[in-house]
Design a protein around this ligand. Structure first.
Ligand SMILES: C[S@@+](CC[C@H](N)C(=O)[O-])C[C@H]1O[C@@H](n2cnc3c(N)ncnc32)[C@H](O)[C@@H]1O
Length: 447
């Protein structure tokens, strides 16, 4: 059995080491949480998220402070030092406590021979303060390739995107329109002493002044609200839902958007929610149950239509494709460590492939919303441009909205420290009178 009293910084160092080895924080943090006392769990989370957020800057400083890199066997002490540097630079904790606890943690990790070195490095860091950042990667605390890619893709916005990625995201709610309207829920929050305001663009959104545990939200357990960023909420508003429609949510887990569409249009004939991940699929069921909603759930590769499609066309399709998640880095700072530059082209191939396959299941006259939480054009408007060139039946719908940037083939929202995540949206309709589309699947994406 794991020791329930592991010091919080030791558990943080171990969780971060797992991230360095390729696990997401969503995977590694629950294991670490199980090893610390319950009252330490919020601090453990803050240490892991904060250290990932500032990883590239902290790692650059540490690299310069170490005479030589730690041996692979001692790598966890590298993470321990990053956590301590994060605290020295970004927390209110007293320096002497950070130093003492970190030196002590070396013993807990069975690395007492490194205690002297750890002490010396942290003393120097405390005495000398934060050094010049030296590189753009350290300055912006992002991997070099991401800084370059953002600068290239968004010459006017790249620094704002990088700054937004390093900010802490607000907590945003979606009011369940079947139960209560937004004004009344805002009043309920006010009566409970919770400060909040309506979101600027999403009609059912509420942004809290400060995050808080969902158990403290009035009516949460009974389905009055869900947690969902404003940008994610906007996806379903673009579907133009109406009674009687058959709707496909092709990449649905954990079901935030499946639930949103069912809340917003109670008269839908049928909603089919697919996800490839058998482990994520139950999360959709949990969300539907809490909100008192119904959908048909399928565990399948949505693109392998031969495996699951019965040949009946859909009136509406939401294609919220797997992506780099580069628009939600502020919520998932581990993405900076996990994502590789080569992932983007691989994801683009998957994204175009899903769009090509699912297009066949859309009824003539039907509407498909393509969405990503990415800010890289390769996953966004370039996919749409490419698809429009190869698919004469597809027509791009101009969106009558004020928000976001027009890319020429869809709209891009960039992450806003005061508001929504980064997201991309394109709305396509299938023309009644277009050319046959049977050839499109054979071409391959060539991306
Ligand atoms: C961006 S998330 C979806 C978020 C979801 N729409 C929501 O709002 O809660 C992408 C999802 O696509 C799923 N996925 C990836 N490839 C897939 C495929 N080929 N077929 C179906 N689902 C897939 C992943 O398991 C993941 O749950």
């Amino acid at each position: 059995m794991a020791d329930p009293q592991l010091p919080v910084r030791v558990a943080a160092a171990q969780a971060l080491q797992a991230v360095e080895q390729g696990q997401s924080l969503a995977q590694s943090l629950p294991l670490a949480q199980a090893r610390v006392a319950p009252q330490d769990r919020p601090e453990l989370q803050a240490l892991c998220y904060g250290t990932c957020r500032w990883y590239h800057r902290l790692d650059s400083e540490l690299g310069r402070r170490l005479n030589k890199p730690l041996r692979p066997n001692d790598r966890v002490v590298h993470q321990l030092l990053l956590v301590a540097l994060f605290q020295l630079r970004h927390s209110q904790q007293a320096d002497y406590a950070i130093l003492n606890e970190t030196v002590e943690a070396c013993r807990v990790l069975a690395k007492p021979h490194l205690a002297g070195m750890v002490n010396a490095v942290l003393r120097a860091a405390q005495r000398e303060g934060e050094p010049d950042h030296g590189s753009e990667s350290a300055l912006y605390s992002h991997p070099e390739w991401m800084v370059e890619k953002l600068r290239h893709n968004w010459p006017e916005h790249w620094q704002a995107i990088l700054a937004a990625n390093n900010s802490q995201a607000p907590m945003t709610l979606r009011v369940n329109a079947r139960q209560i309207d937004r004004d009344n829920y805002l009043k309920w929050l006010r009566d409970d002493g919770i400060e909040a305001k309506a979101t600027g663009h999403a009609p059912h959104g509420i942004q809290l002044a400060r995050p808080l545990p969902v158990e403290r939200l009035p009516g949460f357990a009974d389905g009055a609200v869900s947690v969902q960023d404003e940008a994610a909420q906007l996806c379903t508003t673009l579907l133009d839902l109406a009674p009687g429609q058959r709707v496909l949510d092709a990449c649905a887990a954990p079901g935030g958007k499946t639930c949103a569409m069912l809340e917003q249009q109670p008269g839908l004939a049928e909603v089919i929610a697919i996800d490839q991940s058998e482990t994520r699929l139950p999360r959709i069921r949990e969300n539907l149950d809490r909100l008192g909603l119904e959908a048909i759930l399928l565990a399948a590769d949505a693109g392998a239509t031969g495996d699951w499609w019965d040949g009946r066309h859909f009136d509406r399709i939401l294609l919220d494709v797997p992506c780099s998640a580069s628009g939600v880095i502020r919520r998932n700072p581990d993405i900076k460590l996990l994502r590789r530059e080569g992932d983007i082209a691989a994801l683009a191939r998957i994204q175009l492939g899903l769009l090509e396959s699912l297009w066949q299941t859309l009824t003539p006259g039907g509407r498909l919303v393509y969405a990503t939480c990415s800010v890289f054009p390769q996953e966004n408007h370039r996919i749409i441009q490419r698809f429009l060139r190869q698919q004469p039946e597809a027509e791009l719908v101009a969106l009558p909205v004020q928000w976001g940037l027009d890319t020429g083939a869809g709209r891009q929202l960039l992450p806003d420290p005061q508001a929504q995540d980064g997201f991309f949206y394109a709305v396509l309709v299938r023309r009644h009178d277009g050319a046959p589309n049977a050839h499109t699947n054979d071409q391959g994406s060539g991306l």
